[in-house]
Write a protein that binds this ligand. Structure first.
Ligand code: BES
Ligand code: ZN
Length: 461
């Protein structure tokens, strides 16, 4: 390992420059005008993987954005790791909230700022650089590695399930490793074993058949914005619980053991509130913040629009109003059922005088991954070597939809090895990657490849 680790240390500047080049490509998956950049980003990755020495590198089409695949399979008898990541990013808007341009990676203090720095180009790059360190120093890896880097994670991995099904043979592996989540805190590495699922809905209310003068008509017909806000306000009760009947029916109860473990984590509500600039925290009564984030389902209004939002005062009673509402789900909820319950309830509470339409935009399932697997035990050892500290166990509130499909289709478990930080502004302005985690991550993944065979030898990963 000595030569591998010194190679990493000797090449930090170049690693950073290369990551900067990857981050310069605005591969925003939601944006139809960015398809060329998506293609360019896939090409960049494929070229880079070939340069590293990854074999069978291919850009593989899907119904949506392409997948970048590559492997190195010359370690007979050793375990095979499927590394999953995503090269697509969220939109960078609002641009004026960024301190430096989102697609010009900039180092300030020991952070690298750019859209995708943490989520997920930077974290995916960690794995490529660890592989490079082995291939350029030893010409070989201690394990077999397959890379599956997709371009649609941020829009729900819509076409990836079919891709995995169609290429199940190609993707065969002993375990999946994903770095697309966070460590518990700076200097506190962790193993994540749970992700929430997601059901994303859009509703529209149409009132009068045209925008009306609010003086001539106000008071005579129901304003769809009022109707919509009243409906949204009704979706939570005074205890912070979601009021949709049946919503909590399938929620797996937090075990006493888990609750006790969460209580022991180094956490301060006060610090959390202060960091977010809120005077008080909010959530479901009877649960702590970490329980609310990791193990309880929630409902959020992501956006609401309608009527006049321009400058000045225009007196109008608008014809329509819309909202995007998502539900984060936990085991054993299903996104299809949550969407059904939502639809039924929304129909019931929609007042007379408006016409309602509901669309389901996306569904993804919650995941719990085993913490006793050989993969996790190897990852713990690797984190200890890479960061000099024993990791703790945590769940996450976010979603990575393909995790459940890997288990279902490929029958393999995932190790969630996050190198981000919870406050790295993923999806927001000034997203960054903490550089000590970037380099610590590369060392950790190198150690993981090194120790994994010892851990899997005694059985399946
Ligand atoms: N990296 C995140 C997932 C994540 C977020 C894990 C926070 C742990 C903590 C991922 O790229 C993401 O944002 N996923 C989307 C998925 C959705 C579009 C289906 C999410 O969670 O909103
Ligand atoms: Zn994301």
């Amino acid at each position: 390992m000595k030569s591998v680790l010194s190679y990493i240390d000797a090449n930090t500047d170049r690693y950073l420059k290369e990551l900067g080049a990857l981050l310069a490509i605005p591969s925003v998956s939601t944006d139809a005008e960015r398809v060329q950049d998506i293609g360019r980003c896939a090409e960049w990755l494929a070229d880079h993987m070939r340069w590293i020495g990854v074999q069978n590198v291919q850009i593989m089409p899907t119904q949506g954005h392409p997948v970048v695949y590559g492997d190195w399979l010359a370690a007979p008898g050793a375990p095979t790791v499927l590394v999953y990541g995503h090269y697509d990013v969220q939109p960078a808007e609002p641009l004026d909230k960024w301190t430096s341009p989102p697609f010009e990676a900039t180092v300030r203090e020991d952070n690298l700022y750019a859209r995708g720095a943490s989520d997920d180009k930077g974290q995916t790059f960690i794995h490529l650089k660890a592989v490079e360190a082995f291939l350029k120093t030893k010409g070989a890896l201690p394990v077999n590695v397959k890379f599956l880097i997709e371009g649609e994670e941020e829009i729900g991995s819509e076409h990836l399930e079919e891709f995995v099904r169609e290429h199940a043979d190609m993707l065969k592996a002993d375990l999946v490793v994903i770095s697309d989540s966070s460590m518990f805190a700076k200097g506190v590495p962790s193993i994540c074993y749970g992700l929430r699922g997601l059901a994303y809905m859009q509703i529209e209310l149409v009132g009068p058949n045209r925008d009306l003068h609010s003086g001539s008509y106000g008071g005579s017909v129901l304003n769809p914005i009022q109707a919509l806000s009243e409906m949204i306000a009704k979706l939570h009760d005074t205890k912070g619980r979601v009021t949709i009947p049946g919503f909590y029916d399938d929620v797996r109860k937090l075990s006493a053991k888990e609750r006790a473990a969460y209580k022991k984590l180094p956490w301060s509500d006060r610090k959390y509130a202060r960091d977010l600039g809120v005077g008080a925290l909010y959530g479901e009564q009877g649960f702590t913040t970490l329980e609310r984030l990791w193990a309880r389902p929630t409902l959020e209004c992501n956006g609401i629009w309608g009527g006049f939002t321009g400058e000045g005062a225009k007196t109008v009673l608008p014809s329509r109003a819309s909202a995007k509402i998502s539900m984060r789900l936990v085991p054993d909820q299903s996104s299809a059922k949550a969407a059904r319950l939502f639809e039924r309830h929304i129909k019931k509470i929609a007042p007379k005088g408006v016409q309602l339409s509901i669309r389901s935009l996306h569904g993804g399932e919650p995941a719990i991954t085993p913490i006793e697997s050989a993969g996790v035990r190897a990852a713990i050892e690797a984190l200890e070597r890479g960061f000099g500290k024993k990791p703790l166990y945590q769940r996450e509130g976010g979603s990575i939809p393909i995790v459940v499909q890997f288990k279902k289709i490929l029958k393999i478990d995932t190790v969630l090895l996050g190198f981000g930080l919870p406050d790295e502004n993923a999806h927001g302005p000034d997203e960054f990657l903490h550089l000590p985690n970037f380099f610590g991550g590369i060392r950790t993944v190198a150690h993981l490849f090194d120790v994994l065979p010892q851990f899997t030898r005694s059985g399946k990963a």
